[in-house]
Write a protein that binds this ligand. Structure first.
Ligand code: BTN
Length: 238
């Protein structure tokens, strides 16, 4: 496994995408500062200015796209929950892959699939974790957010957190590739704070309200919308 550390970069995901062909499978890119972090659904990811984690995995699991790759963000969210539990916290997952402490987001995950024409070149799986921040800085984010140092009451060693995350990610990565979402389904559900609740999901340009019933074996969200069962593949719980 190769690691690349950058003092400052626009986005570790963008760096990964732009250099994909020269980077071997399982390269880890991480940066001390990120000036133009990318988020899901065309949002951005704010650099909180302290010591935080901005990391992208370069993954080239095969030369063909496999639908199991779509669940890799959910696999990473479960890995993150395990690590946060080791800090004494009770993390939860907001479908599909936001990791929260209470109702506040501590981590965001963005996977970008790189294609060249119809051929699949690889995945750039990015994760941002708020490790060290303060209440005033977190207030500048438009949605409720928290950071690990505030949750545990001490400074967090970024290097140590990064090593734990990378090791835990690769520990079961091959088994995840083989089995897909089913491999993590029960653990994912045990962290899924949205289940059995009335939620509103923004999917592309449509909003769907209903009760979150369960997850399919492919990680899709099953929503009961006034008796009509909807199976949602992408979206964001508002
Ligand atoms: C989201 O919740 O919207 C996803 C945020 C993903 C942020 C990470 S930080 C490291 C990597 N590089 C980026 O530009 N984005 C991801």
């Amino acid at each position: 496994m190769r690691e690349i550390f950058l003092e400052e970069v626009d986005s570790t995901n963008l760096y990964g995408k732009n250099n994909l062909k020269d980077l071997p499978d399982r390269t880890v890119i991480y940066a001390a500062r990120q000036t133009s972090g990318r988020g899901r659904l065309a949002r951005n990811w704010v650099d909180l200015g302290g010591e935080n984690l901005f990391l992208s995995f370069i993954l080239k699991p095969s030369d063909k796209f496999n639908e199991k790759f779509s669940n890799i963000t959910q696999y990473l969210s479960v890995v993150l929950c395990d690590i946060l539990e080791s800090y004494g916290l009770e993390p939860s997952i907001k479908w599909p892959n936001d990791v929260l402490i209470g109702s506040r987001k501590i981590s965001g995950i963005l996977c970008e699939t790189v294609m060249q024409g119809s051929s699949f070149n690889g995945l750039v799986l990015g994760v941002g974790v708020n490790l060290n921040s303060d209440f005033a800085t977190l207030e500048t984010i438009d949605k409720p957010a928290t950071s690990l140092n505030l949750e545990v009451g001490r400074h967090i060693d970024v290097e140590l957190f990064k090593s734990r995350l990378v090791n835990a990610f690769f520990e079961n990565y091959d088994e995840f590739l083989e089995k897909g979402f089913e491999f993590i389904k029960s653990k994912y559900i045990s962290h899924a704070s949205f289940l059995d609740k009335e939620i509103c999901v923004q999917s592309l340009n449509k909003k769907n309200k209903g009760i979150a019933k369960t997850l399919t074996d492919r990680g899709e969200l099953v929503l009961d919308s006034k008796g009509k069962i909807l199976v949602l593949t992408i979206g964001d719980i508002l």
